[in-house]
Design a binder for this molecule. Sequence first.
Ligand code: GRF
Length: 211
Amino acid sequence: MAEKEKKGRCRLAIFASGTGSNAEALIHESFRQDSAYAVQLVIGNNSGARVMQLAPLYDIPVVHLSSRTHPDAADYARAMLAVLEEHRVDIIALAGYMKRVPPPVIEAYPGRILNVHPALLPKFGGQGMHGRRVHEAVLAAGEQKTGVTIHAVDEEYDSGAIIAQEEVAVQPDDTAESLAARVLDVEHRLYAAVVQQLAQELRGTALSETV
Ligand code: GRF
């Protein structure tokens, strides 16, 4: 998209660790003519992850930051803030991001870091509850419904304020895979809508120094 057409949009950074289907859904959403945000970069902690190859296909730069690149926690946080500042990022969307966001970054982006979780928090959340394990736990507990939660990010895993939830019914013959696939479809749609809404709210505030 030409620079001029992107004017007035919030600048989004996506943090991702794996496949990147949520990252890709957010990127596709940003291509809408009336999108309130544009994706400026992807930050990943796993240089071999699919998402790190995916973003450049859309001309979106990727930055690899991890305990390998920055063994010292304070250096790591400083490097992350420097990259976010360099790209004048307004909003951060965690999309299958497996690392904790450093406290200085959370402080710098109050209410402007979102995460997507593949269950109805506060159920089936917290450290270690990610990917397939979430859906296995939902099935093991005999739940009749699960779903998707979009929440603000604080310093704990999956504990920030809930912004949006959508239910997904569990079918009697569901496996972790079949459930994950239906939940993932909802994740893509709901996350894009919530990021769009936050970007719209921030647009016009002093915070959103826009593209
Ligand atoms: C998604 O279910 C996300 O909610 C969870 O991990 C999965 C990542 O999928 N945190 P992807 O990398 O976005 O495809």
